[in-house]
Every structure is written in structure tokens, then in C-alpha cells.
Design a protein around this ligand. Structure first.
Ligand code: ADP
Length: 259
């Protein structure tokens, strides 16, 4: 528990620092971008500096994307929670994702009568997208991505490293059959800026934001990973006692990336 507390404090400190840097950096980038765009407007495409300016503008844009992610990671409070049907959110996010990654087959497995969860929908969507993108990146040759929702209780969580609050939980799972991770990687995945991806591909902020968002919802994350076999991310979100009214059956569907 002490170790977890230290970890949480460390993440908190990094978050504050990152937020400050991101904010200042964002202002600098905005100024550069504004000027680059102005110069570009006044250059015709044949100008010897045109390509250089284009490249500056492009790099600035990718810098801005990074600072936006950083700000997202560092953001505090102001979560807009609403009673949420996570089956809906899971389906919509999976559909949107599968349109962008055609090599991945998404297998939806949604529990009927799922508990309603008080959640910030935009933030949970971000969590799911980050998990899906990582799963797809772990299967460069394509493959199956299983996403599941289930009702569960704190009993299912007992005996783990943390002490769950009693009550209902909804479990969101993202299961890939990708390259998996070794133990040292697993220990560091939630650290901001930790990435094993090549320069320009990974920022190392995806799972750090996942961690922050799940924590803000009083939830828990578990990771199970086997090298060469795949990875399962399980997210437990505290739920209300209310169930979503539907047929009560588990729904299964396979989406081919055809959209
Ligand atoms: P990024 O995706 O930018 O690298 P993340 O914080 O999302 O940053 O992930 C950190 C690291 O965790 C990744 O670089 C990768 O090594 C590892 N990782 C995350 N998800 C998976 C997965 N599903 N399979 C294998 N490795 C993963």
C-alpha cells in the first residue's frame, strides 16, 4: 500500500510539472504556428523556402498534438459525470476505431443488463481508444481485438493489492493477442513518457492518462501480459445499483474493419 501511495504521489508531481510545461509550450507553439501559416500564405509553391516552411508547420502541428495530450494528462477536476451506458460507449468507440484500423478485427462481447456507471463519457472514450490503439500497435500484422463488458462486484477484486470499496462494478476489458510485455515493461507502462515505440510513434502518455482518468472515477486497472501471446487490460469502474434496461442477454458481434 505504501508503495502504491508513493507511486500515486510521484504521478501527481509529474502531472503538475507536465501540465505547467505543456501550457507554456503550447503558447510558444501557437505563436510559431501562426507565423508559419502567415509566411506560407505569402509564398507560392515554387518558392525555394516553401517546402521548408511546410515542414516547419507540420512539425509544429505534431508538437501541438503532444502538448494537447500532456494537458489532457495533467488536467485536474472538472469531470462531467453522467449516468452512462458503457455498452453504448464501448460499441461506438470500437466502431470508430475499427474504421481507422482495417487490419484489426474487433470482437464485441457486451453483457446484458449492465450496471449504469456515473462517468465522464469523453474521458472514458479516451481510455478505450488508448487501449485499442496500443492493442493494435502490439499486433502489427493485424489480428483480433476482444472487447468485453461485465457486471461484477468488489468481491471479484478482493485479495488484490488494493482495497476495493464495496458495491457494484462494471468491468471493461480489452484483450489482444499481440506481442505482450516483459515484467520490466509492465512495471513502467503507467509512467508518463514511458514508451517502447519508435520516435514519433509513441508519446508514452496514453496509459498515463488512462491511469489518471480511471483513478478520477475511483476505479482500478489490472494488466495481465505474456510475451509473445498478448495482453489483457481490465478496468473496473464503480457502478450504481441501476441496470440498463435491455434484453439481459450477452451480445456478441464481430466487426471486420470494413467501414
Ligand atoms: P505509447 O503508446 O505512446 O507508447 P502508452 O502509455 O500508451 O504510450 O504505452 C506505454 C507502453 O506500454 C508502450 O510503448 C508499450 O511498450 C506498452 N504497451 C501498452 N499497451 C500494450 C499492449 N496492448 N501490448 C503490448 N505492449 C503494450
Amino acid at each position: 500500500l505504501e508503495k502504491q501511495l508513493r507511486y500515486a504521489q510521484k504521478m501527481e508531481a509529474i502531472g503538475t510539472l507536465a501540465g505547467g510545461i505543456a501550457h507554456d509550450f503550447n503558447n510558444l507553439l501557437m505563436a510559431i504556428q501562426g507565423n508559419a501559416s502567415l509566411i506560407l500564405l505569402n509564398l507560392n509553391t515554387g518558392h525555394p523556402h516553401y517546402e521548408m516552411m511546410k515542414s516547419i508547420e507540420k512539425q509544429v502541428r505534431s508538437g501541438a498534438r503532444l502538448t494537447a495530450q500532456l494537458l489532457g494528462y495533467a488536467r485536474k477536476g472538472r469531470y462531467e459525470v453522467k449516468p452512462t451506458n458503457l455498452n453504448h460507449l464501448m460499441r461506438e468507440t470500437a466502431e470508430a476505431f475499427s474504421r481507422t484500423r482495417k487490419e484489426i478485427r474487433v470482437n464485441l462481447d457486451l453483457a446484458g443488463g449492465l450496471y449504469v456507471v456515473e462517468a465522464d463519457q469523453g474521458q472514458i472514450e479516451q481510455v478505450l481508444l488508448n487501449l485499442f490503439v496500443n492493442a493494435a500497435d502490439a499486433m502489427p500484422g493485424g489480428g483480433q481485438l476482444h472487447v468485453r463488458t461485465r457486471n461484477t462486484t468488489h468481491e471479484a477484486l478482493r485479495g488484490r493489492v488494493y482495497r476495493p470499496r464495496s458495491g457494484n462494478y462494471v468491468l471493461l476489458q480489452c484483450i489482444d493477442s499481440g506481442k505482450g510485455m516483459d515484467k520490466t515493461t509492465q512495471e513502467r507502462i503507467f509512467e508518463p513518457f514511458f514508451t517502447t515505440k519508435e520516435m514519433g510513434r509513441g508519446t508514452g502518455l496514453g496509459l498515463a492518462s488512462v491511469y489518471g482518468i480511471v483513478k478520477a472515477h475511483n476505479g482500478y486497472i489490472e494488466v495481465e501480459s505474456y510475451q509473445g501471446r498478448g495482453t489483457t487490460f481490465s478496468i473496473y469502474l464503480p457502478a450504481t445499483g441501476k441496470k440498463i434496461l435491455d434484453t439481459g442477454d450477452i451480445e456478441q458481434e464481430i466487426m471486420e474493419g470494413t467501414g
